[in-house]
Design a protein around this ligand. Structure first.
Ligand code: SIN
Length: 278
């Protein structure tokens, strides 16, 4: 297995892995370490079936049932999809492009998933890239004073924050019941696999920083988002059909781009994580 870095702070391509094969314990450990170290892993040319994809994903941990159960595959709830045909079926009924602003998956959960895995099936000729920004590199690039200002603070995350730059799809009643109410997470979390710390925020979910005046909290969140939005911390992935990407929701934020025409379809799995720790 060869590991080729994709950018300075985030992403590596793994060469020499066939996701359709059973992966040995040793190689699995190496892949897991590469994933924790680089935050985003890319495997090209993996033309595997949805069943093989589920088998591949299970080798990295326990899959979770993803929210928006209407987009889960019938009979295999741990497998979902992201499609250009997605619709807000419990809301306006209109087409929606999900994920188009910086976020980390399911941060409204007490225990958000550590990994998200996508398998690209149909990819438009132009556009539809996914961008990643390293919230670890962004934290480490702050001055000591700026780091101290964020440490030991907590924020609330909601399914849809009042600050969200985009409307979220309305959830089915049973999906809402699985994640009732807001949750509190540290603003800076430690990744237990690397010991490194990252800024843990979400432009669609983070409502406010606790024990802070609302105006000050809004201003600090805006500064954090601007800091994370710098190209130097980022990797932009141009999809090819057969790509698998596995990212670490603890150390990167990601966003989709809706700038395409035609069909886009990817399968998605999420792997159980741990409660964010200081
Ligand atoms: C997501 O936010 O999980 C989807 C990313 C994408 O469609 O590129």
């Amino acid at each position: 297995m060869e590991i080729r870095k994709l950018s300075e702070f985030v992403g590596a391509e793994l060469v020499g892995i066939d996701a359709g094969e059973v992966i040995s314990q040793n190689i699995r450990k190496e892949i897991y370490k590469a994933w924790a170290d680089h935050s985003v892993l890319l495997l090209r040319n993996q033309n595997i079936s949805p069943q093989e994809f589920v088998f591949f994903g299970r080798q990295f941990g326990v899959p979770i049932i993803q929210t928006l159960s209407d987009m889960n595959i019938q009979g295999c709830p741990e497998l979902a999809y992201i499609s250009s045909e997605d619709r807000d079926v419990h809301g306006s009924g209109k087409r929606i492009i999900r994920g188009t602003s910086w976020h980390t998956d399911h941060s409204y959960a007490q225990v958000p998933p550590k990994a998200t895995i996508l398998l690209a099936v149909d990819i438009p000729d132009k556009g539809g890239d996914t961008e990643f920004t390293s919230s670890t590199a962004a934290f480490e690039a702050l001055s000591e004073e700026e780091r101290t200002n964020l440490e030991n603070k907590f924020s609330t995350h909601a399914y849809q924050s009042s600050r969200s730059p985009r409307p979220m799809a309305i959830r089915a009643a049973e999906d809402e019941k699985r994640y009732p109410g807001d949750v509190t997470h540290p603003l800076v979390r430690t990744n237990p696999d690397t010991g490194r710390r990252s800024i843990y925020v979400n432009t669609v979910r983070t409502e406010c920083i606790l024990d802070m005046d609302r105006e000050k909290s809004d201003a600090l969140l805006d500064r954090i988002y601007a800091h994370l939005d710098q190209e130097k911390f980022q990797y932009r992935h141009k999809w090819q059909s057969g790509d698998i990407i596995i990212w670490d929701n603890r150390s990167v934020l990601h966003k989709a781009n809706g700038d395409y025409k035609g069909k886009r379809f990817l399968y998605r799995m999420m792997i159980e994580g741990e409660k964010p720790i200081l």
